[in-house]
Design a protein around this ligand. Structure first.
Ligand code: NAG
Ligand code: NAG
Ligand code: NAG
Length: 325
């Protein structure tokens, strides 16, 4: 398929990269790196402080998982920051019933912010295809696509899929949409088999080819997962679909020596370098990687263990959990 050249992905990959490092923690500023802003904590700083943090880091792409009123109100007037919002999984079934239901959702949850907030994407459900409620995603995406098209709004409609979908047949109708959002966590594959999977390969810490796939050589697991997805989509007839990595990251605690601040800083730091280099993957060498690190803060209302420790910052004092280098 042909991909519209006005897509978010195209825009950000053609923006000049502004990336800087210093020794004081996470101080990147890259237009193709975004941060997930998760809200599952009872000790998180108020949204305006979080926005000031993003500004101090020159982060211009943020993702939230729903259409949280407090957060979106705080983003008013900060149109230089693009915000991805989401339709919650639990709302999908009711919205799939009719285009009217989706219109009402849009008028309630998106319309009030359009004038002041730079909403770039609406993700419809998070990691629900394939699955019980997966069938509701496409009708809701179609209705939302109609809404934004009829209004000529520059908002892209997508859903996010997990890397566990590899090997499952992919809905070919995705080809109707402009961008695919994908969550990639090499950590889970690594943690499931740390004896056989080299750590350096899991955290982008080697240039040596670890996996050879025909003419394509891979030195990191992220690229393998990304390209596996590209191959899977091509098998469904979907070519050249821009991809946004909506989540990637590594926890800094909760699973012994597999989740340390040091390993997390290597993974996240090397991911940023990979994105900053402008290089793509072996299969898509010219595309570049656009991605959102997961997540801004440690979130104490997520399941105990690794899940609570994906944050780059502590919520209570907003200090970095680790230096990225
Ligand atoms: C953010 O951008 C401004 C203006 O380009 C620059 O002066 C500043 O050093 C950048 N901050 C970081 C943390 O990169
Ligand atoms: C909205 O955010 C996107 C992504 O960061 C950016 O490319 C675009 O320039 C922003 N729009 C405005 C009006 O600043
Ligand atoms: C974790 O500890 C085990 C047992 O001591 C060791 O074999 C393994 O190499 C360690 N892994 C890492 C990533 O440090």
């Amino acid at each position: 398929m042909d991909c519209p050249k006005n897509s978010f992905l195209f825009t950000i990959s053609c923006t000049i990269l502004l990336l800087s490092y210093n020794n004081g923690g996470f101080v990147y500023a890259a237009t193709n790196i975004g941060l997930n802003y998760g809200l599952l904590g009872d000790n998180l700083p108020p949204p305006f402080e979080v926005i000031n943090l993003y500004k101090s880091l020159n982060i211009t792409n943020i993702r939230i998982f729903d259409t949280n009123t407090d957060v979106l109100n705080a983003f008013r007037g900060n149109r230089d920051i693009g915000v991805i919002v989401g339709v919650k999984n639990e709302d999908l079934e009711a919205l799939a019933v009719s285009e009217n239901a989706v219109n009402t959702w849009f008028m309630t949850n998106i319309e009030p912010y359009l004038a002041d907030v730079n909403i770039t994407f609406i993700t419809v459900g998070n990691e629900v295809i394939p699955g019980e409620i997966g069938s509701h995603v496409l009708p809701v995406m179609e209705s939302l696509t109609n809404v934004v098209k009829s209004r000529s709004l520059p908002i892209l409609i997508s859903t996010t899929v997990a890397m566990t979908n590899l090997g499952q047949s992919y809905p070919p109708s995705t080809a109707e949409f402009t961008t695919q959002a994908l969550n990639i966590y090499p950590y889970f594959a690594y943690a499931s088999d740390p004896v056989n999977i080299p750590l350096d390969y899991a955290v982008f810490n080697t240039d040596a080819v670890v996996v050879q796939d025909g003419p394509l050589g891979y030195s990191n697991m992220f690229d393998v997962i990304f390209d596996a997805f590209v191959w899977a989509m091509e098998k469904e007839g979907v070519k050249d679909l821009p991809m946004v990595v909506t989540e990637t990251g590594l926890s800094s605690a909760g699973n012994g020596n597999l989740t340390t601040p040091y390993i997390a800083s290597m993974y996240n730091g090397n991911f940023v370098k990979h994105a900053e280099s402008g290089k793509g993957t072996p299969k898509r060498p010219d595309s570049g990687i656009n991605g959102f690190l997961f997540a801004t803060f440690n979130e104490n209302q997520k399941p105990a263990g690794t899940e609570q420790n994906f944050g780059l910052y502590y919520p209570t004092d907003m200090k970095p959990v680790y230096k990225l280098f």
